[in-house]
Design a binder for this molecule. Structure first.
Ligand code: SAH
Length: 261
């Protein structure tokens, strides 16, 4: 009996899968990938003999049945998922029947589209004194949100928000951000297909981003970044991280005396 690996494919560019993920693709006897989101170029790490299937049109039960079946025949079976499999990846639902059948399961991290989008836009998600917290969230839709995690209450923190699965409702995102206290002039970044050849990065404010998305026809596969840290690189600032302050004691480096000592 084989082992089923849930492997993060990364955001799109084939060289953004981890070395471990690529090695498992090369060893796999069978790969089931989410064709709606995973870039097919990532499959270049598989061997020509490998059985490769797209789960785009499969229901959850069919995906499970496929993985259960292939695990009887191959030592290594890969379920290839976009970004990092532990974020919005239904791994628990898929792994439960495998666990019940006694099939070993492993998870391999991937570069999440949240990280890839920040990098594509040349942005940092945290900045000293401005924000040190990142929330990964989405608007509620078919998948209901827990009551304590309403978008409005999360947005009210004013920290960085990485908003998945919500670009179709960018107008509602903007309305709710403003209702939660964000200024209409607050910066917002949209990254469509981060690291794909046709990647698009839109920068705007809450005021103009809906029109920008409409003009660029971006209504799917995009990450929404909202943060007081956006654009910080382009602003003059005398706030630098304490990490780089010579007087700040670090674990492996004793504090250095400064000129004022
Ligand atoms: N596990 C994935 C997220 C899956 S949910 C991850 O870690 O990235 C699917 C959502 O992820 C999409 O609706 C979109 O918001 C985002 N997404 C996935 N790939 C993306 C990409 N290449 N660029 C921008 N957003 C992406």
């Amino acid at each position: 009996m084989g082992k089923v690996w849930f492997v993060g494919a990364g955001p799109g560019a084939p060289d953004l899968i981890t070395v471990r993920g690529a090695r498992l693709l090369a060893e796999a006897g069978a790969i089931l990938y989410t064709g709606s989101l995973v870039a097919e170029t990532v499959l270049q790490w598989a061997t020509p003999e490998c059985e490769i299937a797209d789960s785009k049109t499969m229901a959850l039960a069919e995906v499970t049945a496929w993985l259960l079946d292939r695990a009887q025949r191959h030592a290594v079976v890969v379920r290839l998922q976009t970004g990092d499999p532990t974020l919005y990846g239904v791994v628990a639902e898929l792994a439960r029947p495998l666990d019940a059948a006694g099939i070993p399961v492993g998870i391999v991290s991937g570069v999440s589209s949240a990280m890839a989008s920040a990098a594509a836009a040349g942005e940092c998600l945290t900045l000293p004194e401005l924000t040190q917290t990142v929330i990964f969230t989405r608007l509620s839709e078919r998948t209901a949100m827990p009551e304590s995690e309403s978008f409005a209450s999360l947005a009210a923190h004013g920290c960085t928000l990485c908003i998945f699965l919500s670009i179709e409702r960018i107008d509602a995102v903007v309305t709710q951000l403003i209702a939660a206290g964000w200024a209409e002039t607050a910066p917002i970044v949209i990254v469509h297909k981060a690291t794909w050849p046709d990647e698009v990065v839109l920068r705007g404010t809450l005021n103009d981003i809906v029109a920008q998305c409409r003009a660029a026809q971006i209504d799917r596969q995009a990450l929404i970044l909202v943060s007081p840290a956006l654009g910080a690189r382009f602003r003059a600032s005398n706030t630098t991280s304490k990490l780089y302050d010579a007087a700040f004691p670090r674990r492996f480096r004793p504090a250095q005396p400064t000129s004022e000592d």
